[in-house]
Design a protein around this ligand. Structure first.
Ligand code: ZN
Length: 112
């Protein structure tokens, strides 16, 4: 039973779909906006599975409190997510920037 992951080009969200038969693959639509304008994500490229799922569940439209940034793993998540939603993929370079942010400098910025 194949599981495929998709990014919707209409609303920018990601979701995974479990297919009971290969015939269903062609009929997949976005779970959120019902668009069929989807990009299939290759799961073999998903190295950081945990972060990927955090990103997928992360809603940038919701307010983030102090606790959010107290968890250093969340630093940079917002930027990543926003860039994805805008269709920008900086790949490993962004990870580098985010990693720098997690050492504390970005935290100081947010607390101003
Ligand atoms: Zn959608």
């Amino acid at each position: 039973m194949p599981i495929y992951e998709y990014r919707c080009n209409q609303c920018g969200r990601e979701f995974s779909e479990l297919f009971l038969s290969i015939r269903q693959v062609k009929e997949v639509k976005c779970k959120f906006c019902n668009s069929s304008n989807l990009t299939k994500l290759l799961s073999s490229f998903r190295v950081h599975q945990t972060e990927e799922s955090r990103l997928a569940n992360f809603d940038t439209s919701k307010p983030r409190g102090e606790d959010f940034y107290r968890d250093s793993r969340n630093v940079g998540l917002w930027a990543k997510k926003r860039m994805r939603e805008m269709g920008i993929d900086l790949g490993p370079k962004l990870d580098e920037i985010v990693e720098k942010g997690r050492t504390g400098k970005i935290l100081e910025e947010y607390n101003k």
